[in-house]
Design a protein around this ligand. Structure first.
Ligand code: BGC
Length: 459
């Protein structure tokens, strides 16, 4: 993949009619009250309460108290001018043990949220799985148990039956790569396993669960369902055959592993090279069943990787090469907006003309610890959004069918094993008082939305 040229100077930044302007969050990261109203514990509840696994022993017990403050938060969205909101549903609120007894009070929270969004003209996009597997299912093997696909489809079907009249956009899974790389290979995310042999099995069961939920949707729902993946374009650090091959492995592992599965019904051939004898021979009929047609793809984009061969870095045997002249975010991710154009274009080229949404994009930067008034100044984040929104516009200009954009995140929130140390919000959250203060980036985004993109021309 070669880097893209920037938009031609003077190009219009106006977005197509009907383009969705959104922001995103996820249940465990913002809601708090994880056990309220009869909910069961999730693997994140357990992980975060296990000593030493999350920075500063932080957890999501309170988070942003979105569970209590959802009505205020919907008003905040309205003030910014959002036309869409992506949130996730916590499986263990709806089925406390993952299967079996349905908990109407748990789903009731999302019904109230959705009704309030619709009243404000904000379109809900509900993700069914953003990493918080019911703990009771983990006790039964979690993503390693082949039955998980049926468990997930049964949960999804119940939610579709209650909410599909009001929610018209659904996502099955958020970022299967992170679930397996963080949760099963490196152990830095729940459920915290480190096992090469488990990782491909968890990945495959995630894909089976996605396809099973799409099939359940065709029976129970009438609108649109998709999958959300995090994609990171990989560029070789040099043209040496070793670096070029390493870049192919990195791309297969992170990007094509999931997209080839759902679009082509197969896994990239590099997977066996990466995993060796840990890569199982999946039955052909099962692979074929992954290719269940769905309605849109959500792309989460944060950064790119310039990749070199590194035989010691098993299993993928790649290393990321720092770019000394480029800016980096607080999570050490290179700021590289052109990569977003490149990855959107490459998805269209490889998999065809499916509607795409940028379902997450954003950055953690140092924000002053004490509120400096309203709006909170966050110039680096403003620059990040300007660059990346322009990159989306450029992909549209190049013929990619991008239909919406969701900033990550609406609120500063619980950044998984990094606790509350990294702030991704366009709205600042004071975790002591729960006061929300829009940052300069929220104002900037509001201007972009109000002008349908024209505000991107400045700066
Ligand atoms: C996830 C979010 C996370 C964000 C920033 C994405 O991988 O979907 O939950 O907070 O990245 O790390």
């Amino acid at each position: 993949m070669t880097p893209t040229a920037r938009s031609a100077a003077g190009a219009s930044f106006r977005f197509p009619e009907g383009f969705l302007w959104g922001a995103a969050t996820s249940a465990y990261q913002v809601e708090g009250s994880p056990l309220a109203d009869g909910a069961g514990p999730s693997i994140w509840q357990r992980f975060a309460h296990s000593p030493g696994l999350v920075k500063n022993e932080e957890h999501g017990d309170v988070a942003c108290d979105h569970y209590g403050r959802w009505a205020d938060d919907v008003r905040l969205m309205k003030d910014i001018g959002l036309t869409a909101y992506r949130f996730s549903i916590s499986w263990s609120r709806v089925f406390p043990a993952g299967t079996g007894r349905f908990n109407a009070a748990g789903l009731g929270f999302y019904e109230r949220l959705v009704d309030a969004l619709l009243e404000q003209g904000i379109q809900p996009l509900a993700t069914l799985y953003h990493w918080d597997l019911p703990a009771a299912l983990d006790d039964r093997g979690g993503w390693l148990n082949p039955d998980v696909a049926d468990w997930f489809a049964a949960y999804a079907e119940k939610v579709f039956r209650v909410l599909d009249g009001r929610v018209r956009m659904w996502a099955t899974l958020n970022e299967p790569w992170v679930v397996t790389d963080g949760g099963y290979l490196h152990g830095v995310l729940a459920p915290g396993h480190r096992n090469l042999y488990e990782t491909p099995i968890a990945s495959h069961n995630l894909m089976r669960a996605h396809a099973a939920a799409v099939r359940a949707y065709r029976a129970a729902g009438k609108h649109r369902i998709g999958l959300v993946v995090n994609l990171e374009p990989k560029y070789p650090a040099s043209q040496s055959p070793q670096d070029v091959a390493a870049t192919r492995r990195a791309d297969a592992y992170m990007n094509r592993q999931y997209l080839d599965a759902v679009f082509l019904g197969r896994y990239p051939e590099e997977m066996r090279d990466i995993f060796g004898d840990a890569w199982p021979d999946f039955p052909a009929a099962e692979l074929e069943s992954l290719r269940e047609p769905f309605d849109f793809l959500g792309v989460n984009y944060y950064t790119r990787s310039v990749t070199r061969d590194d035989p010691a870095a098993r299993p993928v045997r790649v290393a990321r090469v720092e770019q000394p002249r480029h800016a980096y975010t607080e999570t050490s991710w290179e700021v590289y907006p052109e990569g977003l154009t490149d990855i959107l274009v490459s998805v269209k080229e490889r998999y065809g003309d499916l509607p795409l949404y940028v379902t997450e994009n954003g950055a953690a930067f140092y924000d002053p610890p004490h509120p400096l008034g309203d709006p909170h100044p966050d110039p680096f984040r403003v620059a990040y959004y300007r660059g990346h929104l322009r990159a989306v516009r450029e992909a549209i200009r190049r013929g990619v069918d991008v239909r919406g954009y969701f900033a990550w995140s609406l609120l500063d929130n619980f950044e998984w094993s990094l606790g509350y140390s990294k702030r991704f919000g366009i709205v600042h959250v004071d975790y002591h008082t729960q006061k929300r203060t829009p940052k300069q980036s929220a104002r900037f985004y509001a201007d972009v939305i109000r002008t349908h993109g024209d505000a991107l021309a400045g700066g």
